[in-house]
Design a protein around this ligand. Structure first.
Ligand code: GDP
Length: 297
């Protein structure tokens, strides 16, 4: 995660911190390189531009360039700007699951990692928070997806709603709610159908389910490897369905991290978790401070 960007930035900042005295011009030159590095990482242009502008305002002028360790001061300013642009949720890992049974709606495109993420989060809720979780697949178009969730459920020891042929997603959501109430579950997770592209039917289906379930959290799962596309998908889902947070998957294979860096600034929605592999434990909460530290090495 972020290896390429990290490498590029460490090159820029190594030079800067080795240099004793710094002029405003040195800072500007370094920041031009930062801008290029951000764009190469597929950070959206306005986000990269605002980022560099903000850092430049703070990093040029007497206070920084005349300080004893000007290079390090600039790195500190960049670090804080990264934390700011990544602005996470106050407590990203803490899903709202008061008032049991709490519905959590999982939405996203097919192949984004939605079903895997549903199971990873269910496992986390069970093991970290001691919650009783019920998972239900609403993907009536793809019986294999429903079975995939059932198989993952067995693997992680989390119950899944029995599959009943012929039901539509809204009927399944209602049955999940009833089953969750009767069965004394704390949380029920609704894994909605995905498609390869956002279309009216996909959105309508997710909106119908949202309206009957009244979810406490609506988490959008997007593939981090798709960079700016991931941000566009998030903007569209949020406009049409309203999401409470984003889960970025495949960050284990993402050396650039552009989606992560642009997401909050463009969509206004926090990244709550990142997926870091196919295994059921390969999920982490998204903590900007730690991530900025990781980017700056
Ligand atoms: P869905 O169609 O959105 O439900 O996607 P799936 O959950 O079926 O995931 C599609 C593929 O991506 C599966 O092979 C998953 O194991 C894989 N996958 C999901 N999340 C991650 C992740 O964070 N990292 C990696 N490397 N693979 C993932």
């Amino acid at each position: 995660m972020f290896e390429n960007l990290s490498e590029r930035l460490s090159g820029v900042f190594d030079r800067l911190t080795k240099q004793g005295a710094l002029s405003d011009e040195d800072v500007k030159t370094a920041l031009r390189e930062v801008r290029v590095a951000l764009l190469e990482a597929d950070v959206s242009l306005p986000v990269a531009r605002d980022f560099v502008k903000k850092v430049q305002e703070q990093a040029t002028g007497q206070a920084v360039t005349k300080s004893v360790t000007p290079g390090q001061q600039v790195v500190k300013i960049v670090h804080d700007a990264l934390v700011d642009v990544l602005r996470g949720a106050d407590d990203p890992g803490n899903l709202k699951i008061d008032n049991p049974p709490a519905p959590i709606l999982m939405v996203g495109l097919q192949g984004s990692g939605k079903t895997t993420t549903t199971a990873k989060l269910a496992k986390r809720l069970k093991e970290k928070d001691g919650k009783r979780v019920l998972m239900a697949s609403l993907d009536t178009n793809r019986p294999a997806a429903m079975e995939q969730l059932a198989i993952l459920g067995v693997q992680i020891g989390v119950d899944t709603l029995p599959i009943v042929k012929g039901e539509n997603p809204v009927q399944i959501a209602k049955r999940a709610k009833t089953q969750a109430s009767l069965g004394g579950y704390d949380v029920y997770m609704l894994d909605t159908a995905g498609r390869l592209h956002i279309d009216a039917e996909l959105i309508q289906q997710a909106a119908d389910v949202r309206d009957v379930a009244n979810p406490r959290e609506t988490l959008l799962v997007v593939d981090g490897l798709t960079g700016q596309d991931a941000v566009n998908v998030a903007t569209e889902f949020d406009d049409k369905i309203g999401v409470t947070g984003v889960v970025l998957t495949r960050m284990d294979g993402d050396g650039r991290g552009g989606a992560a860096l642009s997401m909050r600034a463009v969509t206004g929605k926090p990244i709550r978790f990142v997926g870091l592999g196919e295994k059921m434990d390969a999920i982490e909460t998204f903590e900007p401070d730690r991530i900025a530290g990781r980017i700056l090495g």
